[in-house]
Ligand binder design. Sequence first.
Ligand code: R1P
Ligand code: URA
Length: 284
Amino acid sequence: MLDKLAASELVLNDDGSVYHLNLLPEDIAEKIILVGDPDRVAKVSKYFDTVEIKKNKREFYTHTGTLRGERITVMSTGIGTENIDIVMNELDALVNIDLKNKEFKTDHSALQLFRMGTCGSVNPDVQVDNMLVTQNVVGLDGLMHFYQDYEFENEFSKNFLEKFPYQKIKPMLYFADWSEELGALYKDAKYHGNTATFPGFYAPQGRQLRLKALDDKFLETLNDLGVTNFEMETSAIYALSKLLGHKAITVNNVIANRRRGEFSSDHNNSEKNLITWVLDRIIK
Ligand code: R1P
Ligand code: URA
């Protein structure tokens, strides 16, 4: 390996900012809220006391300011783990790589990452418009198989792998869990559960419009394997945090109960509740 990262590997913009996020090291706080929807960024930062940085490129919108005297960032990731691959590597580069010299820093900095998203439930008993914290996650998107040295195993993963019946998909699976330290901040959430992260919204999540999904019983099977809910980012956030040495936690607003065919009629209100609930817990 070269001593310095080549221009093609760590790509920077003309002002020295990281390529996709369009950010400089001083633009982010140690505590970062990650949301999927770019419109959710301003809905979060309106609760900050000050907002000094507003930058964007593509679907990545960032606001950084202060809340109760502490620096805080909120950033949109867009949809999917392929975007999370970019977000996690570029955020890590901002704190752990000397961008000017393109060299790794010797002292490691750990970020605290708080995903605040939306999800669907495969557990029929989970009520929509409530908060669900992800303890374990199974990724069905395959991202982590492109990285060396990523392995994770616990009771949830062992049971899931043993009983997962879809042999075509099985080689893609990977697992991770939350940061226990950040999990302690969210003890009073209505639900805690195990999340499945999918590489799509329709057939991968068992939705059938004009095309058939793999199996009519897909959601029921996932629930029997211990999955509570699903969405499209947490597997990569949790697994890349483990590999890069950051701390991460996800809480999602449940907007669909797929087993009951219900969709939220009040998600603007439950989104607002989630935002204030998270901010009250991550900055006292
Ligand atoms: C799909 O509608 C999107 O919503 C969920 C999924 O993970 C996916 O990104 O999360 P966000 O509301 O945070 O985007
Ligand atoms: N996000 C998802 O990915 N799926 C849902 O059903 C709801 C939100």
